[in-house]
Design a binder for this molecule. Sequence first.
Ligand code: PRP
Ligand code: URA
Length: 213
Amino acid sequence: MKNYDNVVIFDHPLIRHKIAILRDEKTSMKEFRELVEEITTLMTYESLKEGVATTEIEVKTPLETCKQQVVSDNSVVIVPILRAGLGMVNGIHVLFPSARVGHIGMYRDEETLEPQSYYCKLPEGIENKLVLLVDPMLATGGSACDAIKLLKARGCKQIKFMAIIGAPEGVSKVAESHPDVDIYVSTLDRCLNENGYILPGLGDAGDRLFGTK
Ligand code: PRP
Ligand code: URA
């Protein structure tokens, strides 16, 4: 895959370790859910090195008073792409407990692999926030691209997209369609199979998170 200025592929041993367990077909639903949350927290820490609004406050230590930067209240909105993106929300709330949450519902048509949008509810004022759009799987890129279009249509200007596993096809599609969006992917897999599943991947993230199969 070509290099894109707006794409960061994490290559961190702690994340690689957790993804190895996540992929394993023997990993239980409970452990899968916990790993998705933990990986998301690690990704959030890295992804938000830049772009978070901060405010200067004065702090009195036992020795003197100093000026310090704190994260501005209500500056981040989390938007999971349903269903599987829901599994990432708690992993961000650990760091931003008061972040509000919008929801975008999308499913892929099994034949065409085209995303079908079925739900969208976003917090008021989202257009002035840093939006963290999340979905564990970035396969063809159709769902992420459409979700980003929806957010932009609502006026969102600062969007970061985080996916745990990306296929080169999907990463390229989102990077090229939305060069103004920062894209963070924990690991880049080999390719898609004929059914649009990521290889080696982890199977269907929604089914593994929620036990639907
Ligand atoms: C999965 C995944 C993404 C999408 C990725 O959702 O969670 O939203 O597929 O594929 P794409 O990059 O080719 O669009 P799915 O459609 O299976 O819906 P679900 O989360 O409700 O199971
Ligand atoms: N959605 C998933 O859940 N897994 C894939 O491999 C591709 C799309």
